[in-house]
Design a protein around this ligand. Structure first.
Ligand SMILES: Cc1cc2nc3c(=O)[nH]c(=O)nc-3n(C[C@H](O)[C@H](O)[C@H](O)COP(=O)(O)OP(=O)(O)OC[C@H]3O[C@@H](n4cnc5c(N)ncnc54)[C@H](O)[C@@H]3O)c2cc1C
Length: 475
């Protein structure tokens, strides 16, 4: 009798374009094992919104394959399952989180101890972080040459179809998904998520299709507009592997070729964003302290403020700056926030309130459905000015001008901050400048139903620049 092969599901919750599953299926009946491991990542165990996504992704996958669910340190659980089943091989997709390398080595050791072959595959990224090097053989620190090096490698490998597989027949002990309590109960802060998202492989495919049909044409010109629905919203699907980056890449390329060149600019722009994700993981792999330590060491001496009230106002979307508040409320209601607004809100926390970037990173970790150890850390450091290839610290977003530029009609602000909905465009990004009569007519009473600004942006900017001066040149 052929011994079963163990397919360890990780951030690859799909059947298509899945090298690990394809190889497992070719070797024997497949045991589909998902391990909820809250111990190995330590402080970086999955946040609340990610747990919601995971629950629904597993539910969706379990309709197509019989999942064995277990909880505990993944290497120990794998060792147990090998013992119980006599599986002859283990197959999994590589992960790049700072704790994953050691975990994968422990899994290999467990396989060796039980005489099973251990196989690791790529697929979460297009390029292994070791594969892209600059002319001196070093990892890249700057995005543009990194992206050029990626493009120079040519197109990703052809996609793998869903493999034919036989499931392992013996009944294995499995937890019940509901017993993992991945969904919030009281209060159910995720109640709005399901109207907005369809986690899982089918949801990802539908999202990609809709994006190519409706968003891609406008992507290059309008991707910075939070009042438009043109970006792909694929990030949580990519985060959990409901779809592979290669699937996204090939689909966009196919649409580009079909358009006879009409989509060239916009398709390239989208592919470059996929490469920002690759770059984040390239950095994380080569600098694994990225989630906690500033890439530029001089920032360790930055004179951050302790401002619990400011942090709470930011988290709740009550800073008095409409575009920031709209973003923070969008995040709470949907588990996502438009990229441009992520930059504005992050800049506000770091530079207007002088609150450490790591506090914002933590909040996003818990509240984003796409919370991702690579992209989240790299992006927070980018906004803070302390990352590789970061926005310079002294480039401080003015939340009013940003709002006026990217949400000119105030559509986005009105949607998420309804108490300002009746303000005229002229004041919707700066209600404190509106004359009393205008505020009254719009039903806005500052300090009562919408806050006064928690800081004066001009003064905050000067303070931030003075703080930056203190560390400039220090190493
Ligand atoms: C402070 C801050 C925190 C962030 N945290 C995360 C995070 O935890 N997880 C996450 O996936 N993205 C993060 N981003 C990046 C970006 O905001 C999201 O990837 C994007 O908003 C997702 O929307 P979309 O899928 O519609 O993107 P699209 O514009 O459609 O882009 C396509 C894909 O490219 C990737 N991508 C796009 N922009 C970036 C970027 N700047 N960095 C890395 N990858 C990118 C994503 O995988 C995205 O799905 C963060 C950005 C900022 C400024």
């Amino acid at each position: 009798m052929t011994s079963p092969s163990l397919y360890w599901l990780r951030n690859d919750l799909r059947l298509a374009d899945n090298a690990a599953l394809t190889a497992a299926a070719a070797q024997g009946p497949v045991i589909f094992l998902y391990v909820l491991d809250d111990e190995t990542p330590g402080d970086w165990r999955l946040g609340g919104a990610s747990r919601w996504w995971l629950h629904h992704s597993l539910t969706s996958l379990s309709a197509k394959a019989p999942l064995t669910l277990r909880r505990g340190p993944a290497d120990k659980v794998i060792a147990e399952v090998l013992k119980e089943t006599g599986a002859g091989s283990v197959h999994f997709t590589r992960d790049y989180a700072p704790w994953s390398g050691a975990l994968e080595r422990r899994v290999k050791a467990a396989c060796e101890a039980s005489g099973a072959a251990c196989h690791r595959y790529g697929g979460f990224l297009l390029h292994e972080p070791e594969a892209i090097r600059n002319g001196s053989g070093e990892p890249y620190r700057v995005y543009t040459p990194f992206s050029k090096a990626c493009f120079a490698t040519g197109e990703p490998k052809p996609l793998k179809p869903v493999p034919a597989f036989t499931s392992f027949a013996a009944k294995l002990a499995s937890d019940r998904l509901d017993d993992w309590d991945l969904l919030p109960t009281k209060p159910d802060w995720a109640k709005g998520f399901s109207g907005f998202w369809t986690p899982g492989e089918e949801g990802a495919a539908a999202r990609l299709k809709a994006f190519i049909a409706d968003g891609l044409t406008h992507y290059a010109d309008e991707r910075d507009r939070p009042d438009r629905d043109v970006t792909s919203r694929l990030s949580p699907h990519l985060r959990f592997g409901n779809i592979s980056p290669a699937q996204c890449w090939h689909a966009v390329r196919a649409a580009q070729f079909k358009s006879g060149g009409k989509l060239d600019k916009t398709a390239e722009k989208f592919l470059k964003e996929i490469l920002w994700r690759e770059f984040s993981y390239h950095l994380l792999h080569h600098w694994p302290t990225l989630p906690t330590e500033p890439f530029r060491p001089e920032f360790r001496a930055f004179p951050w403020a302790e401002d619990g009230e400011g942090l709470a106002a930011w988290q709740r979307g009550r800073t008095g700056y409409p575009i920031v508040d709209a973003g923070m409320r969008e995040l709470w209601a949907t588990g996502t926030m438009h990229n441009r607004v992520r930059m504005i809100a992050a800049s506000f926390l770091i530079k207007d309130l002088l609150i450490p970037w790591a506090e914002g990173e933590r909040w996003f970790w818990d509240t984003l459905v796409d919370a991702d150890i690579g992209s989240n850390s790299a992006s927070w450091q980018w906004v803070a000015g302390c990352g590789a290839d970061a926005a310079p610290y002294f480039r401080i977003f003015n939340p009013v001008l940003q709002g006026e530029k990217f949400d000119g009609q105030g559509t986005y602000v009105r949607k998420w901050v309804p108490e300002l909905a009746r303000l005229p465009n002229q004041f919707v990004h700066k209600p404190w400048e509106a004359p009393r009569l205008v505020l009254d007519a719009a039903g806005v009473e500052l300090g009562r139903n919408y806050p006064h600004p928690v800081v004066d942006h001009g003064q905050a900017r000067d303070k931030a620049l003075a703080a930056f001066k203190q560390i400039k040149g220090a190493a």
